[in-house]
Design a protein around this ligand. Sequence first.
Ligand SMILES: Cc1cc2nc3c(=O)[nH]c(=O)nc-3n(C[C@H](O)[C@H](O)[C@H](O)COP(=O)(O)OP(=O)(O)OC[C@H]3O[C@@H](n4cnc5c(N)ncnc54)[C@H](O)[C@@H]3O)c2cc1C
Length: 511
Amino acid sequence: MQDYPWWTDVQRELAKDAQKFTDEVLIPIGEKAVIKKEYPWEGVKAIAKKGWLGATIPSKYGGKQEEWGVTGACIVTEEASRAGAISAALSTALIGATHQILHDGTEEQKQRWLPKLATGELLGCITMTEPYVGSDIAAIETTGRREGNYYIVNGIKRFQTNAAAADLYMTYVKTSEDQDDRKKYRHLTGMILEKGMPGFSVERVNDWAGSEGMYNCYLRFDDVKVPIENVIGKEGEGWKVMMSGLNIERALGGASPLGLMRESIRYTKQHLERRVQSGRPTGTIATNHSKLADMYAKYQLCRLLVYYCAYCADLNREVPIEAALAKLYASEVALEVALDGIQCMGGNGLMKIYPVERYMRDAKLNQIAAGTSEVLRLLIYRMGSRVLAEDLKPHVRAFDEELGCPLPVGTPPAPKAPANERDVLKVLAEEYRINPGLSMTIEDMKIYLQCSDEDLMNYIQALEEKKLCQTWRNSRGQVELVRATLEGIKEANPPEYYKHIPSWVFPDDVF
Ligand SMILES: Cc1cc2nc3c(=O)[nH]c(=O)nc-3n(C[C@H](O)[C@H](O)[C@H](O)COP(=O)(O)OP(=O)(O)OC[C@H]3O[C@@H](n4cnc5c(N)ncnc54)[C@H](O)[C@@H]3O)c2cc1C
């Protein structure tokens, strides 16, 4: 496994050891479990013995967090993802129950559960999705009714990875019907449900594309009595607890497909170097070369994103954008890499004697589980707009009379107090010369106009009544965008003001 200059010696050693262990022990066990289609218990026990399940747990609870960091957790996740369904068990255990107990649990809860999670004596999983609740996870319908020192939990969850095998279920339930709580995201509570609690049962085990042998279940809760000691955080803080885990979940979600990408490239390269067609190895064919180069580039870029994110997280920086980008990019390119691998291998690529077709199915899962690619794009759009707000501020431009085109001015002009609505119209008409076809925001207008919001609105309203400007209002009725109407453009300046005919145009052609 390639390392990075910022990795510590311990992380480098971990990577070397994890790669060797995966090649020599995990892959043979994992591949056998896939073919036999059985839950990879042997592999899970093996990674537990190596301490991988304690990757994110501090040493005082028996884990390796200080030594390995988020980087180490990503290293073992990348390696495990070369070994079939073992990877799903590992990543679910790292983010399900473990993270929430660590982040929001009481000291008593940490002492009670973390040492056993670190050694694999207990396995965790995360229990959010329901039959009627997917991406809109705040709409959870499973209820928790407080009765003395217990919550009585009723409902159904579905798509639960590692359920049935797991012992601790980090479950989110609705504990308030109050609309005000719902608006403030205080209607949910997180709690640990334990295997064996009366009324808590596996309703169905799904057969799913990819990760053969891994359990994915519907879970039923029929009047399950959950002691208040199992609540993580306080009642009503479920949303906060859920969100706290998302960054680490997404960073690991980015690391998960790295191994299957590497294995896709590995099998493809082997094939291209050994398959002879038309008298030469298929690897010498330019289109196959080019596919392999793209696969390699995607894998390398993806690793950079994941391990940069992990590095920032190890520096205790918040990584909402980095983690979302890592998860999104990894999910998208892993599928492309697996598909290109299959194409390079021809018919053999689709045969189950090689695992590449399975990598394709595993890769598809990453675009859906733990936040779909669409939902991640929505988040990245929102967060990106906020984080990059300063860097993406529009240029202030002015019309350069000599060159006859708008140019950035660097420093904005000093704003002037408008004497009347005509001065406001002039600004809108000038915008027609600078950014033709675009409206102005109120902030844009204030670059040129020094007046109160109220005065500006009055001028805009007066112009609108005369049909010299047009506004676009948001759902609260507030003016967000303003532009001059065609009538307003004509009214503001004489026709020559807008005219610009470049010197290369034949004068006789212009009228
Ligand atoms: C194999 C597997 C394992 C899983 N493991 C777990 C687990 O361990 N624990 C758990 O709690 N859940 C788990 N899930 C559930 C997973 O997180 C959800 O499947 C996922 O969040 C999407 O929900 P959904 O399937 O109900 O799709 P829906 O929410 O119904 O979405 C359908 C489509 O609409 C799009 N869409 C929905 N809302 C929006 C929006 N606002 N903007 C843009 N597009 C939108 C989605 O992107 C998607 O393409 C798993 C799912 C799978 C398939």
